[in-house]
Design a protein around this ligand. Structure first.
Ligand code: HEM
Length: 827
């Protein structure tokens, strides 16, 4: 027994030593490439003991042993090529033979027996199939081209994220890692793999698998350990798989479901669709998705990180690249990282434990007046009622695109037609947000809202759709012609009664316009003679509160508070206004209930039949009224003031009306035959755009005129400045309607030197109503009356001072005395 034990012991000790000696000798005497002397058993492992600098160690060894070397890693022979000749022989001449891949045993646990690309030990038929699918479905030139927008979007998201981190330290590789992973995942299964909410979880998971796969596994080099997992690498890899595969399962199951339910026919087929259509198993798909992400993402993000590090380290190259980009790139997807030379400074690059962290400092906002600490440029706009003029003056100093700070908020102001074009046309999709004062938020809250919509949400779209079809569609406009004419006739009758007396033009017109709207709302006048000013005052109070500067909007410290009492007052105001709407809304409900079918096609009827709540309807009526009445009545007042101030224009208009109108009543159908009237309206809106500042917010970070406009900045377009731009208008401060005669400048928001109704997604939806109401009222006033200024004021004395609230009003109301022309009715 003892002998047997001894024999086994000898076998166990002597045979491996004999085997190793043999191996060692074989190595010595065969004509393998030269290399450092291998130690018994471990070979040259000590030469490469530091895994993360093996490439450097090998390059140094190549200096001694030549461009092709042999080393021993445990039991494995390793050949290393380090010159282009060696590379040519290995990868070109002997490509067919050298096409195997050493797959670490760690990874084998994941991909073994499966079709695999990077994990294929030799170029098998299965490998060929998979590589074929990869090439056709992922990287064929049509696929690459058709996914250009997707890639640009992903990079844009990266840029937006960097914009949010302006001035902070960012981890370049991690951020790019997410972008690269999502670009690949979009190709694979049309979804982002790493969402914002995932934070580092998924990134860490992928990195962990990469790390495990690249850790030398003793089982790969010492057959004696083959099949064992002494370092726990396989166990840890399987653990990672347990976390990763369920993530793939969700995606694959979701896709299977959608295919089962008929699928999304509009969606292009992606890689996953092809795998499923080809009957790939769940395990197979999980592995393919894993290896695609593993091989592509780490490598791509490292490449970007290195390139950034080199550019930072080589400012000359960075500048040259910056110049090339500034010269060649047009449009908004310019990478701000390389923004126009000098606009952005990379302050410092430094190494920490693992990665380059790069501190970025952006200075690429548009120029503007120097902001004071905390309050910023608020003092420059302290007189809110002339903010449009102050901004136009600042633009003369700082240029047509400026940035200012209002407390904590960044404000971008555009004052030229080029800037307006970029903001409202080129970047309309991004600039479609609206800054809603916290005062108004309490009223609109969670309700469907138009003017109060911070973003162009689905709800906003629904409401805008209803607004357009039910209030201003051409059929609605045409079918309500008589109603509008009647309301204007009432206005004329009222002035007839006041003949010889001083009248407040805006007040009277205000009532007319409110009632034109309320007739569209619920077929009744909202403001009756008996109401005196109560309802008008209430509406005007809501407008005033909505336009008052609320500190909570500019200083986050006050956010949610109501230090000026604006929200409280707005709520109180609506508390008084809403019951007044409700009288009419309830009336409409009753009439619908009692089957008054011919009257169910008004706005409120449509809102009720669509199940809108009482509160919702109250708010919609309020917001349409506040956006429509103030603007329209101010437009009439300004135009009347200009006509009084410019008797020549007034006479010309009177002549046109006398010639074209057959009778004492101007009809809606007459308007197209009155070119001078229409030119007067346009000219008046040029000088006095009743919405002087178009207010938007940037919903994403973008670039305008090569400047960075960060997400959430407030963006104003100064229509008042556009209308008075001397580079676009001859004699811009003179009221000269002739300039619009024969001109093709329309209200449609296509000519950016003239956009009184705004442009793009948030353009005024009330335009069709406004452009038929304003000329009808003014033509009627001018056709029926001669107008005189009170107190012997001459037209030259008439002041044109402005006051900016939500709308641009005449600071001193226009007071006039009507004298009937006592026209004969001509039939
Ligand atoms: C002369 C009269 C008017 C002028 C000059 C005017 C001008 C404007 C302007 C410049 C805007 C902002 C556009 C933009 O952001 O690009 C706007 C928005 C709006 N206007 Fe008018 N408007 C007038 C009459 C009306 C009328 C009569 C109504 C309603 C019947 C109305 C309802 C609205 C609404 C609801 C918005 C907000 C749209 C949104 O944010 O989606 N407007 N208006």
């Amino acid at each position: 027994m003892e002998e047997t034990s001894l024999f086994i012991l000898i076998l166990l000790v002597v045979l491996p030593v004999y085997y190793l000696v043999l191996q060692h000798r074989k190595l010595k005497f065969c004509s393998y490439p030269p290399g450092p002397y291998p130690l018994p058993i471990i070979g040259n492992i000590l030469h490469l003991s530091s895994n993360d600098t093996a490439h450097v160690a090998l390059a140094n060894l190549a200096k001694i042993h030549g461009p092709i070397m042999s080393l021993k890693l445990g039991a494995r022979l390793l050949i290393v090529g380090s010159s282009h000749e060696a590379a040519t022989e290995l990868l070109k001449i002997h490509d067919r033979v050298m096409c195997g891949r050493p797959v670490p045993k760690t990874l084998e646990v994941l991909g073994d027996n499966l079709l695999t690309l990077v994990g294929a030990k030799s170029c098998t038929e299965n490998w060929k199939i998979l590589r074929g699918i990869f090439k056709t479905e992922l990287v064929a030139s049509e696929v690459i081209n058709s996914n250009a927008t997707m890639r640009e979007e992903k990079v844009k998201e990266l840029i937006d994220l960097l914009m949010e981190k302006v001035g902070k330290v960012v981890h370049i590789r991690d951020l790019v890692f997410t972008t690269a992973a999502n670009i690949v995942s979009r190709l694979l299964f049309s979804q982002d793999f790493i969402g914002i909410e995932d934070e580092r979880k998924k990134i860490n998971l992928v990195k962990e698998i990469v790390k495990l796969a690249s850790t030398p596994n003793v089982a790969d080099y010492f057959p004696i350990f083959s099949g064992l997992d002494v370092q726990g690498l396989r166990r840890n890899t399987l653990k990672c798989r347990e976390s990763l595969y369920p993530l793939w399962d969700v995606i694959v199951d979701g896709r299977k479901e959608s295919i089962k339910s008929g699928g999304d026919s509009c969606k292009n087929k992606d890689f996953l669709d092809v795998l499923l259509a080809n009957g790939f198993s769940r395990n197979q798909i999980n592995w393919i998705l894993t290896e695609m992400i593993l091989v592509s993402v780490d490598i791509t993000s490292a490449a970007v990180e290195w390139m950034m590090a080199e550019l930072i380290k080589n400012p000359e190259a960075m500048n040259k690249l910056g110049e090339e980009l500034a010269k060649e790139i047009r449009g908004n997807i310019k990478l701000p990282l390389f923004s126009v030379s000098g606009n952005m400074l990379f302050h410092k690059a430094f190494l920490d434990d693992d990665y380059y962290h790069i501190r970025l400092k952006f200075c690429s906002y548009p120029p503007g007046p120097y902001p004071l600490p905390i309050i910023g440029n608020i003092l420059q706009l302290s007189r809110k009622d002339t903010a449009h003029v102050a901004l136009a003056n600042l633009a003369k100093i700082h240029g047509p695109i400026m940035s200012l700070k209002l407390g904590a908020r960044l404000l971008i102001v555009g004052s030229s037609h080029e800037v307006a074009t970029e903001i409202l046309k080129i970047h309309d999709r991004v600039m479609c947000g609206r800054p809603v004062p916290q005062t108004l938020e309490v009223l609109g809250g969670d309700l469907l809202t138009l003017i109060g919509a911070k973003y162009c949400t689905e709800n906003w779209k629904i409401l805008r759709g209803i607004f357009k079809t039910e209030l201003v569609a051409s059929e609605v406009m045409n079918s309500n012609t008589t109603m509008r004419e009647e309301k204007v006739k009432e206005l004329i009758d009222l002035f007839m009664e006041k003949e010889g007396k001083v009248v407040h033009i805006n007040d009277v017109v205000y009532t007319t316009v409110t009632n034109i709207l309320s007739r569209l709302f619920f077929l009744k006048d909202f403001i009756g003679i008996e109401d005196e000013r109560k309802k008008i005052n209430l509406i005007q109070e809501v407008v005033k509160l909505g336009s008052a500067l609320n500190v909570a909007d500019y200083f986050p410290i006050f956010s949610g508070l109501d230090v000026q009492g604006l929200r409280r007052k707005a709520l109180k105001c609506c508390g008084n206004l809403y019951p007044l709407w409700e009288v009419f809304v309830d009336g409409r409900k009753e009439s619908i209930k009692s089957g008054d079918s011919c009257k169910d096609k008004d706005f409120v009827g449509v809102l009720l039949s669509n199940g809108f709540s009482r509160n919702q309807i109250n708010w919609i009526l309020t917001e349409v009224t506040i956006s429509g009445v103030d603007t329209t009545s101010a437009a009439v007042e300004w135009m009347m003031a200009e006509l009084i101030k410019n008797p020549e224009a007034m006479n010309k208009l009177c002549e046109e009306l006398a010639k074209e109108i057959s009778g004492n009543i101007v009809r809606d159908s007459d308007l197209p035959r009155l070119p001078y009237l229409n030119a007067c309206v346009k000219e008046s809106l040029r000088l006095h755009p009743t919405v002087a500042l178009v207010l938007r917010t940037a919903t994403e970070t973008c670039e305008v005129m090569n400047y960075t406009i960060p997400k959430d900045s407030e963006v104003w377009v100064n229509l008042w400045a556009l209308g008075r731009d001397p580079t676009k208008w001859d004699d811009p401060f003179t009221f000269n309607p002739n300039r619009f005669l024969g001109s093709n400048l329309s209200y449609m928001g296509n000519n950016f030197e003239y956009i009184p109704f705004g442009s793009g997604k948030r353009m005024c939806p009330g335009l069709p109503l406004a452009t038929r109401t304003v000329p009808l009222i003014v033509a009627s006033l001018v056709h029926s009356f001669e107008w005189y200024l009170p107190d012997d004021t001459t037209p030259a004395d008439l002041d044109m001072d402005e006051k900016l609230g939500v709308t641009l009003q005449k600071a001193n109301p226009l007071l006039l005395i009507p004298k009937s022309k006592a026209l004969e009715i001509r039939i």
